[in-house]
Design a binder for this molecule. Structure first.
Ligand code: PMP
Ligand code: GLU
Length: 394
């Protein structure tokens, strides 16, 4: 009998977190690594949110919270959904979790049975596939291309559906491609689903505010999709609160109740102080974090300009999030110091070793021709990193 379960042995390590750990390790060895691997804003949590947490501590919020979150927080989330997304949810439809990652894990655990298929437009966020597999679901990858901004079309969706399809999971703005689905594009996907009334949608909107074209659209905004869409969101990205670990869903009541039951056995309610802080974050106007979004847009333009100056990098123009996902397959087959670059993982490792720049292989996101570069770093770091990449490839 093996010490560890098949469940964990069959799971891949999160490539984003693994690369961040590797970069940290090399830094402690004295190497000057520029980390462009982790999807983590380099800003500090805004003061008005930090102050709410301090207030929460001083007000003695130290007990277990309700499993699905403080009522006051759920009310603030309901207000946010109405204000930003024109979505109407009631208290039993909201579940607060320890990060959007837990929200996603809850959904998979409460909705998937063995063999249920989950359609993942590729590239997808690194953890989707393993969360699905952990829960005995079967990820069904739908390949998209850089020339069509990595978006799944209605006909691709139609072709991927089988009698076993249970759900579709996608993020918009997308990690890792930065693609933003317009309302019309979402409608086209929803039209396909009209013929498949039992398929549910997980709409991961954690990058909602980091959108450079405006007009964020939510699948649940369509009346005919509302009852079968789970809207996932959180504060990690736009509010620069990755370590605070708060995410949430708006979902059909039965699904929300099931997630609440799951959390009740696995983790209980999310951290009480973080929840107090997020009440304030949810009540604030999104304009309070606009300065970060403006800066991300400047960096996106900078990174694209610099990358396009490197022969062999093919980019598109991401409309949101803080990643570019260039196709680097033109480097495959090239050899350096006796090592051949055969795929995106080799290329990403090459950049780490030769340019001292940490990126993430596209393989982790279901696309082995690309790498992900996070531009949640200062402009100086981005300029230096891309200069090093260019030099190392020359
Ligand atoms: N979804 C996407 C698309 C993400 O990029 C992330 C990154 N962390 C998450 C979910 C999970 O976020 P959280 O920090 O709230 O767990
Ligand atoms: N979501 C971020 C990323 O994609 C953070 C790391 C993680 O949670 O995997 O890099």
């Amino acid at each position: 009998m093996s010490l560890l379960s098949d469940r964990i042995l069959n799971m891949s390590t999160s490539a984003t977190l693994a690369m961040a750990a590797k970069a940290r390790e090399l830094r402690t060895e004295g190497k000057d690594i520029i980390g462009l691997s982790l999807g983590e804003p380099d800003f500090n949590t805004p003061d008005f949110i930090k102050n709410a947490a301090i207030q929460g501590i001083n007000d003695d919020y130290n007990s277990y919270t309700p499993v699905d979150g403080y009522v006051e927080l759920k009310e603030a989330i309901i207000t946010k959904f109405k204000r930003d997304n024109n979505l109407t949810y009631t208290l039993p439809q909201i579940v607060v979790s320890t990060g959007a990652k837990q929200s996603l894990a809850n959904i998979a655990a409460v909705m998937l049975n063995k063999g249920d298929e989950v359609i993942l437009p590729c590239p997808y966020w690194v953890s989707y596939s393993d969360i699905v597999k952990l829960n005995e679901g079967v990820p069904v990858e739908v390949k998209t291309a850089i020339d069509t901004d990595f978006k799944m079309t209605a006909s691709q969706l139609e072709a991927a559906i089988t009698p076993n399809t249970k759900m579709i999971w996608f993020s918009s703005p997308c990690n890792p491609s930065g693609s933003v689905y317009s309302k019309a594009e979402l409608r086209a996907l929803a039209d396909v689903l009209q013929n498949h009334p039992n398929i549910y949608v997980v709409s991961d909107e954690i990058y909602e505010h980091i959108n450079f074209v405006g007009g964020h659209a939510s699948m649940a905004q369509f009346e005919d999709m509302y009852n079968r869409t789970i809207t996932v969101n959180g504060v990690s990205k736009a509010f620069a609160m990755t370590g605070w670990r708060i995410g949430f869903i708006g979902a059909p009541t039965e699904i929300a109740r099931a997630c609440n039951k799951m959390q009740g056995q696995i983790t209980s309610g999310a951290n009480c102080i973080a929840q107090r802080a997020v009440i304030t974050a949810m009540k604030a106007s999104p304009s309070k974090v606009q300065f970060m979004i403006d800066e991300f847009k400047i960096r996106r333009d900078l990174v694209l300009e610099l990358l396009n100056d490197i022969e062999g990098f093919k980019t598109n123009t991401p409309e949101g999030a803080f990643y570019v996902f260039p196709n680097i397959s033109s480097f495959f087959g090239k050899t350096f110091r006796g090592k051949t670059i055969n795929n995106a993982s080799d290329f990403s490792l090459y950049l780490l070793e030769e340019a001292l720049v940490a990126t993430v292989t596209g393989e982790a996101f279901g696309n082995p021709d690309c790498i992900r570069i996070s531009y949640a770093a200062s402009q100086d770091q981005l300029i230096e990193a891309i200069k090093r990449i260019k030099e190392s490839l020359n």
